[in-house]
Design a protein around this ligand. Structure first.
Ligand SMILES: [Zn+2]
Length: 392
């Protein structure tokens, strides 16, 4: 379950810059109480989200028509489609309502193009939350997730409106998007929260979320990037233990051959631009050396056999430890989060960790526990995004 869930997780979101627009502030909630008067909100929720559903593809079938890169040339093609049209890329089909744009690859227009679905946002969000959560989960988990997904997509759209031909992708590095879905709870959650986004300081919050925080909130400044937009109270995490710790799924162990882990760290030095990783030799232990204000590891120290050490950001260690390297066997047991420690036992490095994903913002498993205790979606959001208000 944990593994499947992690595949549906969003854990490598990037920086953003917010562009212009207008939103009118509506209901405000914090732990069920109104916390401040609404001020003029100066940012907007877009009517349409541009989702890249195919990257560098040679062909796509839309309804009964197939489009090939060779025939397309270098012109951008916008295709009006009927609602619920089947779009097939590399054997995988999504049902799409909206418009399809075929964007030729800049340098090789006759060889490949991106497929971008331009989907009305309230049509888009059900396809996200159905992909991010288990179908049997509580309504209020879905509703909280809907607001987070809508807020995140809004900030992505505003950041990329003029700089990119798409706002989001459809996979775990952005938000899952299944296309049109029939899951009733997803549609009810989107209707109940229609148009609602998280706001802080008159801006829509880039509402990062992950599968499971492991018990202590990550701060976006540590786990995502040091951009100024991430140093805002709603993304700095709540104090105290999270509710996901009541579930077994919140902890994990991964056994790795110590030698191949060391080689993987060495091999990732170049692509991660962390030359110090190429100096790592026989690993004795991996321990947190600094934490965020909630006690979650921020940096780890890799201790070597001769007491040499290498200090690096916890998230960089995870990226390196999970990097596929052609000369090494494929990884079968991922490090699920940067909230971890490791010790060598014989020839094996035992990694023990808490949580899945980056741990910033809403914790999906924790939200599900809260919803199971009859907490409302508004209360769930105010726990995971401190000081954020709601606007619609
Ligand atoms: Zn949690």
């Amino acid at each position: 379950m944990a593994e499947q869930k992690y595949q549906h997780n969003s854990c490598t979101r990037r920086e953003f810059v917010i562009a212009s627009g207008v939103v009118i502030a509506g209901g405000l909630v914090s732990c069920g109480k109104q916390i401040s008067a609404p001020e003029a909100i100066t940012r907007t929720v877009p009517s349409t989200i541009r989702v890249r559903i195919g990257k560098n593809v040679e062909q796509v079938t839309i309804g009964n028509n197939t489009f090939k890169a060779k025939a397309l040339g270098n012109a951008i093609k916008t295709i009006a489609i009927k609602p619920k049209t089947q779009v097939t890329i590399s054997g995988k089909t999504k049902t799409i309502t909206g418009t399809i744009v075929l964007q030729p690859k800049e340098r090789e227009p006759d060889r490949a193009f991106d497929v971008v679905a331009c989907v009305p946002i309230e049509q888009y969000v059900p396809g996200v939350i159905a992909g991010e959560l288990f179908a049997h989960w509580h309504f209020d988990t879905f509703a909280a997730q809907a607001v987070a997904a809508r807020s995140y997509a809004t900030t992505q759209h505003n950041a990329r409106a003029t700089s990119s031909h798409y706002d989001v992708t459809d996979g775990p590095s952005s938000q899952m998007f299944l296309g049109d879905v029939t899951l009733d709870v997803a549609h009810r959650a989107v209707e109940e929260t229609s148009g609602v986004v998280l706001i802080w300081n008159n801006e829509v919050v880039p509402a990062y979320y992950s599968s499971c925080c492991g018990g202590l909130a990550a701060t976006a400044s540590d786990a995502i990037s040091g951009a100024a937009q991430h140093a805002i109270p709603p993304l700095l995490g709540h104090d105290g233990k999270d509710f996901c710790t009541t579930l077994d799924v919140h902890s994990w162990t991964a056994h790795r051959p110590a030698r191949s882990l060391r080689k993987r760290l060495n091999a990732s030095a170049k692509s991660l631009r962390l030359p110090k990783l190429s100096d790592v030799r026989t690993i004795k232990s991996i321990e947190p050396i600094s934490t965020n204000k909630h006690g979650r590891p921020k940096e780890l120290v890799i201790q070597g056999r001769r007491n040499e050490s290498c200090v690096l950001r916890a998230r960089d260690f995870v990226r390196a430890a999970n990097m596929q390297v052609p000369s090494l066997p494929p990884i079968t047991n991922l490090a699920w989060s940067s909230y971890l420690a490791g010790h060598k036992v014989g020839a094996t490095l035992q990694l023990k960790g808490l949580g899945m994903g980056h741990g910033v913002g809403l914790c999906q498993y924790g939200a599900q526990v809260l919803a199971g205790r009859d907490e409302s979606w508004q209360n769930i959001l105010s726990w995971y995004y401190p000081q954020a208000t709601l606007a619609s």
